[in-house]
Ligand binder design. Structure first.
Ligand code: CO
Length: 141
């Protein structure tokens, strides 16, 4: 069973990345360690590690981005949970074999050089779930 290993991060959709960071960094004191643009997915993300997990703030760079529809219909808030999946595509294939509905049938590029895929909320009880194969063994940028 090519299952998942641990909770990697919690994705939060925001309208403005810099504005959102103010609360997380200044009020809660969680330093942001990484900001990255993913133009093909239309998003800009910021990572704030806390303990063994990370907060991922996700803001749209353009209309039609991966979070645009979410922000329009539901507003800012918790967007997805991400589990580390060291087996990568084998985990996606195992999910499909269990009848899980995938948004991404194949892994696609994520931040930090990770390869990621999203599971459709219809298969998870309403939660958007991401599985991520991180770039190197034990790396947790
Ligand atoms: Co994510």
């Amino acid at each position: 069973m090519a299952g998942v290993k641990k909770l990697d991060h919690l994705g939060i959709a925001v309208k403005d990345l810099d504005e959102a960071r103010t609360f997380w960094e200044r009020a809660l004191g969680i330093p942001c360690t990484h900001v990255e643009e993913l133009p093909e997915r239309g998003i800009r993300v910021a990572f704030l590690p806390i303990g063994d997990v990370r907060i991922e703030l996700i803001a749209p760079m353009r209309e039609g981005s991966e979070v645009s529809k979410f922000l329009e219909t539901r507003g800012p808030g918790i967007h997805h949970v991400c589990f580390e999946a060291p087996a990568g595509q084998a985990t996606v294939d195992a999910l499909k074999a269990c009848g899980t509905r995938m948004i991404d049938e194949k892994l696609k590029p994520g931040a930090h050089g990770a390869q990621v895929a999203f599971i459709h909320p219809k298969s998870t009880g309403g939660v958007l779930v991401e599985v991520a194969q991180l770039p190197g063994p034990g790396t947790h940028p």
